[in-house]
Design a protein around this ligand. Structure first.
Ligand code: ZN
Length: 201
């Protein structure tokens, strides 16, 4: 699985001069919603991710995604695994399980995002699942932004990673970008203006 090629083909790997959510600047940016724009591609990616999870032998009852970013990836992964798909969402800033979704005591949950950067939203979803008595047995994302350690990669866990230690994290590839503080950004020094791609572009 060449995940970078899929992102490129889908126009989801942007090149330019970007302001990341951390405030740092980078010459690359992942617009993960774009990689799921084509349902055929979404199915190919989810099937590959499901295969890795199956090989691990971890038993998953339900996939839970933090809305909005994780919903499509979570649904596709649940389809590929043949399990239930639910999502949590923010209400007045706090992540909650709503819309009649329920989880049982001891249910095995996989928390799925489209992309894991530091894993903050995935951990918010984890807190909700654990508060309801469920077990979070794995994390998954299409892509790993290089802060957390995914199963099968040599890339080390960085201090920014918020994912629960000891819980395996599955992703199709690592994307580690060069990042600069604005004051030291070579693109800024060359006179270019950084743009914020985010969810609004
Ligand atoms: Zn810059």
């Amino acid at each position: 699985m060449n995940i970078e090629q899929h992102y490129k083909e889908a126009g989801a790997l942007l090149e330019g001069h970007f302001i990341l959510s951390s405030g740092n600047h980078s010459n690359r940016y992942l617009q993960s919603a774009k990689v799921l724009e084509d349902p055929k591609r979404a199915a190919i990616l989810a099937d590959a991710l499901a295969e890795e999870i199956r090989k691990s032998g971890i038993k998953v009852d339900t996939v839970c995604a933090p809305a909005l970013g994780g919903v499509l990836a979570g649904y596709e992964l649940a389809r590929a695994l043949g399990v239930r798909s639910i999502f949590v969402e923010r209400k007045e800033g706090k992540m909650e399980l709503r819309r009649g979704f329920e989880v049982s005591e001891g249910e095995n949950i996989l928390v799925c995002e489209d992309i894991i950067t530091t894993g903050g939203s995935a951990m918010e979803a984890t807190v909700v699942m654990e508060s309801l008595g469920a077990n979070v047995v794995a994390f998954a994302a299409l892509a790993n932004r290089g802060f957390c350690q995914r199963a099968g990669s040599d890339m080390e866990r960085k201090s920014e990673c918020k994912l629960k230690e000891g819980v395996p994290f599955f992703a199709l590839g690592d994307f580690e970008f060069e990042m600069y503080e604005p004051a030291n950004c070579p693109m800024c020094k060359a006179g270019s203006e950084a743009v914020k791609p985010g969810s609004r572009s």
